[in-house]
Design a protein around this ligand. Structure first.
Ligand code: NAD
Length: 425
C-alpha cells in the first residue's frame, strides 16, 4: 500500500499521484542504504497554486486555476511541461512532476522534476484570450521559474507559440531577454532544431531498439497508436517511414483502423487542417472496444494518463507497449501486462526524447551557439539507446520490470544527490 503522501491530495483509485507513489514503493526495496531517504520522493518540494483572472473578449472577467509543482531539485533546476486541459488537478500536476524527476535522472540530465498546468479547455478561448491566460499564468508562477530555477516546456495543448508568450512575459518582468526560461520555443527565439519531433522520435527509437532485442523488426511491424498529437502523430509518422504498418489510431474524436495501413502523413495533414481524425478518408471508424482489441506488434499510448486500465490490459493484443504518454498504464494493468508476457517500455524512458532535446535547447541558449539537426538527432539517438541499455541491464540484474529498473537507476541518482547535499539547516 502506498503511503498517503500530502494530505490535500485526494486518495482515490487511479489518482496519478497515488499511481506514482505505488511506483516509488516498488522501487524502495532495491535502493540499498539510500532507502532511508525514500520519503523525499513521496513529497513535492514546492507546489504553487495560482488564480488566473483574464478579461474575456466580451468584456467579462473569467478566473482559471493554475499550478506549478517542483517535485525535487536535488540534481538541478526543475524541468517539465505545462498542460492546458480541463482535467488538470493539483494531484495530476504533482504526479507529472514526480515522473519528471525520475525521467530526468534516468536519462542523467542535470535537472530536477517539475510540471505545471491550467485547468482550462483552450478550445473555448480565442487567441487573444489564450495569450492573456498564458501571460498572466507565467507572471503568477514567475516567482519560482527561471533559466536556473525551473524551466517549463510544452505538454498537452501547449506549443511553441505558448512558449514564446511565456518567454516574453518572463523577460518583460525581469527586464532582460531570457531565452533559457522555457524550451520548445520557436526556432527564431532560440528554439532547437528537432525539438518538436523529439518526443515522438524518442518513442520510435525506444520501440525499434526493444523490438530488435525481442527478436522482431520494425519493418512490417503492426502499430497501434492512441493520441495523434505531437507525440503520437510524430511517432506514427516515423514508424510508417521505417516500413511499419500503422493499423489503428485514436484521438479525442474517436478511433479508426485500416488493415492495409493508414496513410499517416495524409492523416496528419488532414488533422492539421482542422479535420477530425474520424472523418479522414481511407480509414474505417471503429468502436473504443474494437480499438483496444486491435492486433498489433507494438501499441503506443500517447494521449493521457490512466488509459491502459485493467480491462484494457486484458483486451489488448500486442507484444510490446511503448508509453508515449506520461502515466498511461495503471499499476494493476502493469501487473496484468507482465503476467501476459507483454513488455512495457515505461514513459520515463520512452518519452524522454522531448526533455533530452529540451536540455540541448537550454544548453544552446546558454552558449548562444546552435547545433545542426543532424547533430541533435545523433546525440538524441545515442542518449536514448544508452539509457535503454542501462535499464534493460538493471531489469535483468534485479529481475524486475523495465519500469522498476528505470526507477532504480533514477531514484538512486536522486537520493545519492540528496544524501551528498545533506539536509539544510
Ligand atoms: P497533444 O495535445 O499534442 O496531443 C494529445 C492527443 O491525445 C490528441 O491527439 C488528442 O486528441 C488525444 N486525446 C486527448 N484525450 C484523449 C482521449 N480521452 N482518448 C484518446 N485520445 C485523446 O499532446 P502531446 O504533447 O502529444 O502529449 C501527449 C502525451 O505525451 C501526454 O501524456 C504528455 O504528457 C506526454 N508527453 C509529451 C511530451 C511533449 O514533448 N509534447 C513529452 C513527454 C511526454
Amino acid at each position: 500500500m502506498a503511503s498517503p503522501g500530502l494530505s490535500y491530495v485526494p486518495n482515490h483509485t487511479n489518482s496519478p499521484w497515488q499511481m506514482y507513489l505505488l511506483q516509488v514503493d516498488r522501487v524502495a526495496p532495491h535502493l540499498g542504504h539510500l532507502e532511508r531517504w525514500v520519503e523525499t520522493l513521496k513529497r513535492c518540494k514546492r507546489v504553487l497554486a495560482v488564480d488566473i483572472p483574464i478579461n474575456r473578449d466580451d468584456g467579462t472577467v473569467a478566473h482559471f486555476e493554475g499550478f506549478r509543482a517542483q517535485h525535487n531539485l536535488s540534481r538541478g533546476p526543475g524541468k517539465g511541461g505545462v498542460r492546458f486541459h480541463p482535467d488538470v488537478t493539483i494531484d495530476e500536476v504533482m504526479a507529472l512532476a514526480g515522473w519528471m524527476t525520475v525521467k530526468n535522472a534516468a536519462l542523467n540530465l542535470p535537472y530536477g522534476g517539475a510540471k505545471g498546468g491550467i485547468r482550462v479547455d483552450p478550445k473555448t478561448l480565442t487567441r487573444p484570450e489564450l495569450e492573456r491566460l498564458t501571460r498572466r499564468y507565467t507572471s503568477e508562477i514567475g516567482l519560482i521559474i527561471g533559466p536556473d530555477k525551473d524551466i517549463p516546456a510544452p505538454d498537452v495543448n501547449t506549443n511553441d507559440q505558448i512558449m514564446a508568450w511565456m518567454m516574453d512575459t518572463y523577460s518583460m518582468n525581469t527586464g532582460a531577454t531570457a531565452t533559457g526560461v522555457v524550451t520548445g520555443k520557436p526556432i527564431a527565439l532560440g528554439g532547437s532544431l528537432g525539438r518538436k519531433e523529439a518526443t515522438g522520435r524518442g518513442v520510435y527509437i525506444a520501440a525499434r531498439e526493444t523490438a530488435r532485442a525481442m527478436g522482431f523488426d520494425i519493418t512490417g511491424a503492426r502499430i497501434v497508436v492512441q493520441g495523434f498529437g505531437n507525440v503520437g502523430g510524430i511517432a506514427a509518422k516515423l514508424f510508417k517511414a521505417a516500413g511499419a504498418v500503422v493499423v489503428g489510431l485514436q484521438d479525442a474524436s474517436g478511433s479508426v483502423a485500416n488493415e492495409g495501413g493508414i496513410d499517416v502523413d495524409a492523416a496528419l495533414d488532414f488533422v492539421a487542417g482542422g479535420g477530425a481524425l474520424v472523418d479522414f478518408k481511407g480509414v474505417s471508424k471503429i468502436t473504443e472496444g474494437e480499438f483496444w482489441a486491435l492486433k498489433s506488434d507494438i501499441f503506443v499510448p500517447a494521449a493521457l494518463e490512466n488509459q491502459l486500465t485493467e480491462t484494457r490490459a486484458r483486451a489488448i493484443s500486442t507484444k510490446l507497449v511503448v508509453e508515449g504518454a506520461n502515466g498511461p498504464t495503471t499499476p494493476a494493468a502493469d501487473d496484468i501486462l507482465h503476467d501476459r508476457g507483454i513488455k512495457v517500455v515505461p514513459d520515463v524512458i520512452a518519452n524522454a526524447g522531448g526533455v533530452t532535446v529540451s536540455y540541448f535547447e537550454w544548453v544552446q541558449d546558454f552558449s548562444s551557439f546552435f547545433w545542426s539537426e543532424a547533430e541533435i538527432n545523433d546525440r538524441l539517438e545515442r542518449i536514448m539507446v544508452e539509457a535503454l541499455k542501462a535499464v534493460v541491464h538493471t531489469a535483468e540484474k534485479h529481475n524486475v520490470s523495465l519500469r522498476t529498473a528505470a526507477f532504480i537507476i533514477a531514484c538512486t541518482r536522486v537520493l545519492a544527490a540528496r544524501e551528498l547535499r545533506g539536509l539544510y539547516p
